[in-house]
Design a protein around this ligand. Structure first.
Ligand code: SF4
Length: 449
């Protein structure tokens, strides 16, 4: 398996956002942060409702979202160094019985323990590639652990160290709202299963990987498909070959940016706001639509602006600006390129001459790329340190807790997708793989540690 080895940096050059924020709070850095609570232990904000301090703190968390019980005091009181030693010791004792997966956006203190580092789909495939592992500890967010459960073996336990690590974007498409939307669309389009004279059904539902298993199951039941930020255009082509239009959720920006690049006019992309009748669109707009965009977004990528790009170009002539397609359309249009986290990584690693890159994606990934590619100048477009709030819930204390639980024979925080949801959700994922397989899991980082 070919893999890029992640070279961990010595402590003094640690790119951790955690340390950056602590330096800000201590007055040792004048960099701004969006909320100094991030420097506190996560148990301080786990007790409160909401996503926690950070980029998603203004988003509305759905009632009934998983809550994390209180972490035992021995983990809450442990120093960073002690937790590091305990995680390493537990991992060594568990050996091949456990694989630790770390998302690109995860903090350095957690990522350094991961066997694989990648995006959500690469990591789910990494879980699938290790049937010998009894447990998969997924250091990401809830929907990612669900996808790993869908793709891993039935005997494997997928563990999310902190149950409160959700995703505010995924939570913006609630299954009840989506079912209600589908019923309203049926009132406009008639029989949703009936093909027209050209063999096209009225609507094909497409969901981004960043959605709950319940949404993936809905899509699977209604002839739809899952996409990633790497294959969204391929998936939309698949959907347009089968349907008159697409209902795309939860990320409006990925849907709009992808469809626009394919030549779909903006007037044919009405927004569906689940709090309004007919989503706030008129029947005529829905009739003429090609892509109905769900009113969802990522609060991390929504932070990027055209002004930041203008500033980067003014201060760094010749800078190469790459942003994630979850960014607003104007930002994607103003950038030189847009692409998935994996695209960004490959673009940087593929640059043969020393280059200045301004990157529009989550700061932990940008800092890691900068540390791994010292031949380039790499910085985050957003000058305010504000990582993904929900990803940040995976503190090393939780990682130590679940690993030591496994050593003691206890499976803590297991994520299991119910069978009636898992079948159609897998179908939607299989359709995506058949449309065009995304990058193999080996394209994630395989950690040297
Ligand atoms: S970066 Fe955005 S989409 Fe990704 S997990 Fe965080 S909130 Fe969700």
């Amino acid at each position: 398996m070919s893999a890029t080895i992640l070279t961990l940096q010595p402590r003094s050059a640690d790119p951790s956002v955690d340390h950056t924020i602590q330096a800000i709070v201590a007055g040792a850095s004048t960099t701004e942060t969006c909320n100094t609570d991030l420097a506190a232990g996560p148990w301080n904000f786990d007790a409160r409702p909401g996503y926690g301090p950070g980029s998603s703190m203004g988003d509305v968390i759905p009632t009934g979202s998983p809550r994390q019980g209180e972490l035992p005091v021995e983990y809450r009181d442990a120093s960073a160094e002690e937790l590091d030693v305990r995680v390493r010791a537990a991992k060594e004792r568990l050996g091949d019985r456990v694989k630790i997966l770390g998302h690109f956006y995860q903090r350095e203190e957690v990522v350094r323990h991961a066997d694989y580092v990648g995006d959500s789909f690469q990591l789910a495939n990494a879980a699938k590639a290790h049937p010998e592992a009894e447990a998969i500890v997924f250091c990401g967010v809830h929907f990612m652990a669900e996808t790993a459960d869908l793709l891993s073996g039935p005997e494997q336990a997928v563990i999310l160290p902190n149950l409160a690590a959700g995703c505010s974007m995924a939570d913006m498409a609630d299954i009840d709202q989506v079912e209600e939307c589908w019923e309203q669309l049926a009132e406009v389009y008639g029989d949703m299963d009936a093909p027209d004279a050209e063999g096209l059904v009225p609507v094909i539902p497409v969901t981004y990987m960043n959605s709950s298993a319940a949404i993936k199951g809905f899509v699977g039941r209604h002839g739809g498909i899952v996409c990633t930020s790497s294959n969204a255009q391929t998936v939309l082509e698949w959907a347009f070959a089968r349907g008159r239009r697409v209902l795309f959720f939860p990320d409006q920006h990925l849907g709009r940016n992808t469809a626009k690049a394919m030549g779909v006019p903006l007037e044919q992309m009405p927004m569906w706001n689940p709090r309004k009748p007919l989503g706030g669109a008129t029947p005529e707009e829905l009739e003429q639509s090609r892509v109905i965009l769900w009113h969802g977004f990522c609060s991390v990528h929504r932070r990027f602006t055209v002004e930041q790009i203008d500033k980067a170009r003014a201060e760094h002539p010749g800078v190469r600006v790459i942003v994630h397609p979850e960014c607003p359309m104007a930002v994607v249009d103003a950038a030189d390129e847009s692409g998935s986290t994996d695209y960004i990584r490959r673009a940087i690693e593929g640059a043969t001459e020393p280059t200045t890159f301004a990157i529009g994606t989550e700061v932990n990934l940008v800092q890691r790329l900068a540390a791994d590619n010292p031949q380039h100048t790499i910085f985050c477009l957003d000058p305010v340190v504000c990582p993904c709030s929900t990803m940040y819930r995976i503190h090393p204390g939780y990682l130590a807790w679940v690993l030591e639980g496994l050593v003691a024979g206890h499976v803590l925080n297991r994520i299991t997708v119910p069978q009636d949801v898992a079948g159609p959700a897998r179908l939607a994922l299989e359709r995506m793989l058949a449309a065009k397989p995304p990058a193999a899991p080996a394209s994630g980082w395989e950690n040297a540690s």
